[in-house]
Design a protein around this ligand. Structure first.
Ligand code: SF4
Ligand code: SF4
Length: 441
């Protein structure tokens, strides 16, 4: 979709969105599998230690992994059942992660809501503590622990909390459905986020291809003078932190700095609703809404899914794969992870499962750079992706860092625009790993 005159950022692309496959599908509970694999580390930060052993009985919402480190988020059981094993299991990125395997009981009781303080009486510190206890993390993909984000440096006061309600990644529709079905819970979550950081203003940024959500959320904030809904241009990656801040406030987060540097905090729709649930009932983050979609999924759907559910169960629940399914991705097409087999398990940051037929899979081979600078013009971080690739090809890690490999947030825009089909993000990931390894020495 072309520029529509709404607020936006500089750079970016307009890929086919394909949202219509699932945007009209109401959220329904996914089947509970007989066995779940819950990784102990689903966040950015220190690893958790297991709190359970094989043979232990667990309840829905029981904490099963934790550490004392501040930058971390505990993990909870998503079902009632028995711990079968605690062992290293390959996750969706291919990394081996210590995981708790749980055999689910055939009868699943609902989560027992806890007696909580009235929301209006919660202090900033209490809200942060609730977020920590509930294991809240960013649910848009990055999985940064929420309580850490809610604790900016004392000399960097936050005046604005922005909700990333753009859902700019093609195909995905789970945030759209949450806004249509739970707009009041979203606003309550935003109010808690604002109180946690003492921000005077809240903004919910929604792309212009979700006007039905704009209407619902506007109605939910009609009695909230400090919260507004901002309609944003339909452009990828409108919802990434720095681009959303630039679009909504005009402020620029300097390279290598966090949003608090410019007085902002960004959270996504799912995280705000999860905070509201945790504060009102004590419910930890053990289930989430995600989209199972793509032209090679028979019945695209939005499901409420228990963390630890194998993605094969969700594909089956969405009617199964079409015969021509060629590529399976965990997440969206721009930032997701390709899967060779449907063996991975859902984590807190899983926003979707995508199955594509051959005509939507790019199998063209990488060529040499033709110096067209299309990647430079489109990069929303104002980087020179072509130079980063060149440095990586020469294994010149200092140059790769100089050209900003660390500031790249792997949005995939450069690869999308590149006529030479260069997979820039793969090069950037390599550069980041090498730079980090060199700094450790
Ligand atoms: S260099 Fe990084 S931030 Fe820039 S377009 Fe490419 S993937 Fe996105
Ligand atoms: S878009 Fe591709 S071919 Fe063009 S300058 Fe960038 S890397 Fe080179």
């Amino acid at each position: 979709m072309s520029n529509q005159g709404y607020k936006t950022f500089k750079g970016g692309i307009h890929p086919p969105y394909n949202k219509e496959l699932a945007s009209g599908k109401a959220i329904t509970p996914a089947p509970i599998p007989s066995e779940l694999v819950i990784p102990l580390n689903q966040h950015i930060g220190a690893p958790n230690n297991p709190l359970v052993s094989p043979g232990d009985r667990v309840k829905v919402g029981q904490k099963i992994g934790e550490t004392d480190a501040f930058v971390s988020a505990p993990v909870h059981s998503s079902v009632a059942g028995t711990v079968k094993a605690v062992e290293d299991i390959k996750n969706f990125t291919g990394a081996m992660v210590k995981s708790v395997i749980i055999t689910a009981d055939s009868d699943q009781p609902p989560f027992e809501a806890k007696e909580m303080k009235p929301l209006a009486d919660l202090s900033a510190d209490e809200i942060k503590q609730i977020a920590k206890e509930a294991g809240l993390t960013g649910m848009g993909g990055a999985a940064f622990p929420t309580h850490v984000k809610l604790s900016p440096p004392k000399d960097k006061p936050v005046d604005s909390v922005l909700i990333n309600a753009c859902e700019c990644e093609p195909f995905l529709t789970c945030d759209h459905r949450l806004m249509l079905e739970r707009p009041v819970d979203l606003v309550e979550g935003l109010k808690l986020l604002m109180r946690a950081v003492d921000a005077e203003k809240g903004v919910i940024g929604i792309e212009a291809n979700k006007m039905d959500a704009v209407e619902k959320v506007r109605s939910a904030v009609s009695a909230e003078p400090s919260i507004e809904v901002e309609i944003l241009d339909v452009k990828y990656p409108e919802g990434s932190e720095k681009q959303l801040i630039a679009a909504v406030t005009g402020r620029k987060v300097p390279p290598g700095k966090l949003p608090s540097e410019v007085g902002c905090l960004v959270q996504n729709v799912g995280t705000a609703i999860a905070l509201y649930e945790a504060a009102s009932t004590g419910k930890p983050l053990y289930e989430r809404v995600l989209t199972v979609t793509g032209h090679a999924i028979k019945n695209p759907s939005n499901f409420l899914v228990k963390v630890g559910t194998p993605i094969s169960v969700l594909i089956e629940a969405a009617g199964g794969l079409a015969d021509n399914a060629t590529k399976l991705i965990m997440g969206g097409p721009m930032t997701g992870w390709a899967q060779e087999e449907p063996t991975a398990n859902v984590v807190k940051g899983t926003s979707g499962i995508l199955a594509l037929p051959p005509d939507l899979v790019d199998v063209r081979e990488e060529h040499g750079c033709v110096r067209c600078t299309k990647c430079v013009e489109a990069c929303p971080m104002y980087l020179m992706p072509n130079y980063i690739v060149d440095a990586v090809q020469k294994e010149d890690w200092a140059k790769a860092e100089l050209w900003g490999a660390i500031d790249c947030f792997e949005c995939g825009v450069c690869s999308y625009t590149c006529p030479a089909y260069i997979p820039h993000v793969s090069y950037v990931r390599k550069a980041k790993a090498q730079i980090a390894a060199l700094k450790k020495r």
